[in-house]
Design a protein around this ligand. Structure first.
Ligand code: C2E
Ligand code: CA
Ligand code: CA
Length: 411
């Protein structure tokens, strides 16, 4: 199963029960397991309300009796639907043209049209195309690549800044911390995501400069939150390259001291992406930090990037389960197995667990019964600017109450 198949939710809206069953089966045959089918538009819209839909594909029959396909499209554009659409129709060309026109005037992304009866190969082709088109749509700057000199200039010009993604307790919804994620505000390309420049920084000796800026901003923002009554932890991502010498850790210790921040509120997230030059130096620095009560988190657990060996040697006290095993785990026994195994392992070692990539209510409620401690993901909150956090918290607590009441009513 590839990443697109794991991460994509498909919603089928078609008044014909037989078509719904047939399409669900065809999707399952091409590897898409997270499929929800509706025989009327309104129920589908209710299902989609309040959800994060960037990775959703709606397969829509444009000719339906009750709420017809065109009305459904108007609603989607009113709700600023951010996923993609595939139209299904019989011979009625006119309705299809209308649907295309409506979608394009309403800023909706259309992958293509399917004729009934739907051919499996064609269905597969459109869904395969989705992965690359989605990447470009979400992150246009990804199309470009940058030089080390451009990145160096950007760091010097202060074009890098932090955004923060909330981490909440699964059993009370309370905000307990955030993860700092770096962004490059490129003067021409707009927001550039870290997967476009972290490798470049690692290969060109710029990763320490980035880590220092991210850390300094994170400490500064965390002190501001504290003053406003939010005493929460902040996690920063550390590359193994930052641990090749003692320089970055010395810098970190000094900054921590002068910021006056409680070291227990700082978390370092580590992934073993590249070979470590001097393993004993890394162990020495991390153990020292742990003795000073700085927290160490093993990131992307389960991907193979983060290994069990690290878990044995390094005094981690938090384990982050990679998003690939979290989103849609409720619909997939393989993912469910990895998730449960990781949680059990962490429990045996007595360390806290965080599930990342919680994208929808199904992920959230599934995790609620799993024994996992914390959750992070688009369903709870997308990465945001430091000053947006307080406002987000208010909205989230209201939403959390609603979700809890609805869940209790169901039980
Ligand atoms: P990560 O540490 O695994 O960070 C989580 C990534 O998942 C973030 O992407 C976040 O925006 C994204 N994410 C959050 N919730 C969801 C969700 O519900 N679904 C999905 N599909 N994704 C979600 P981002 O910000 O693009 O960062 C990508 C990676 O870049 C990070 O992965 C981290 O490894 C690296 N990175 C980010 N900031 C820094 C940094 O300051 N230093 C270093 N060395 N690496 C960084
Ligand atoms: Ca991380
Ligand atoms: Ca991660």
């Amino acid at each position: 199963m590839n990443q697109a198949q794991i991460g994509t939710e498909i919603i089928i809206v078609d008044d014909n029960q037989f078509q719904l069953k047939l399409l669900s089966h065809q999707l399952s045959m091409v590897g898409y397991k997270c499929v929800t089918a509706f025989d009327d538009g309104q129920t589908a819209l209710d299902h989609m309300a309040d959800r994060f839909l960037d990775s959703t594909v709606v397969i829509l029959d444009v000719n339906m009796p009750n709420m017809n396909g065109l009305e459904f499209l108007q609603q989607l554009s009113k709700n600023q639907f951010s996923g993609s659409l595939l139209f299904v129709s019989d011979e009625n060309e006119e309705v299809l043209h209308l649907a295309e026109a409506l979608a394009s005037s309403g800023d909706l992304q259309v992958l293509g049209q399917l004729r009934k009866p739907v051919q499996q190969e064609q269905l597969q082709k459109y869904l395969n195309d989705l992965c690359s088109s989605k990447e470009n749509l979400l992150n246009p700057a990804k199309k470009h690549s940058y030089t080390a000199e451009q990145l160096k200039q950007a760091i010097e010009n202060g074009e890098l800044s932090n955004v923060y993604q909330p981490k909440v307790l699964l059993d009370t919804g309370a905000l307990v911390g955030v993860e700092a994620l770096v962004r490059w505000q490129h003067p021409q390309d707009g927001e550039v995501f870290p997967d476009k420049f972290i490798d470049l920084a690692e290969e060109n000796d710029l990763i320490d400069d980035i880590a220092r800026q991210v850390l300094r901003n994170a400490l500064k923002d965390s002190q501001i939150w504290k003053k406003s009554g939010m005493d929460i932890s902040v996690a920063v991502n550390i590359s193994m390259y930052n641990l090749n010498t003692r320089q970055f850790i010395r810098y970190l210790e000094n900054e921590l001291l002068s910021s006056g921040m409680n070291p227990q509120n700082l978390i370092l997230e580590l992934t073993e992406t590249k070979l470590v030059k001097d393993y004993s130096l890394v162990l020495d620095m991390l153990t020292r930090l742990r003795l000073r009560r700085v927290n160490l988190s093993i990131d992307d657990f389960g991907t193979g990037q983060s290994s069990l060996m690290q878990l044995r040697d390094i005094p981690f006290n938090e384990l982050k389960i990679d998003k690939g095993f979290v989103h849609s785990a409720c619909n997939d026994e393989g993912l469910h197995g990895v998730l449960d195994g990781s949680l059990q392992l962490a429990k045996n070692l007595g360390i806290k667990t965080v599930a990342e990539g919680v994208e929808d209510e199904a992920d959230w409620s599934f995790l609620g019964n799993s024994g996992c401690d914390l959750a992070q993901g688009y369903f709870i909150g997308k990465p945001m600017k430091a000053e947006e956090l307080a406002g987000w918290r208010g909205q989230w607590m209201t939403r959390y109450e609603k979700i809890s009441v609805a869940a209790q009513a169901e039980n």
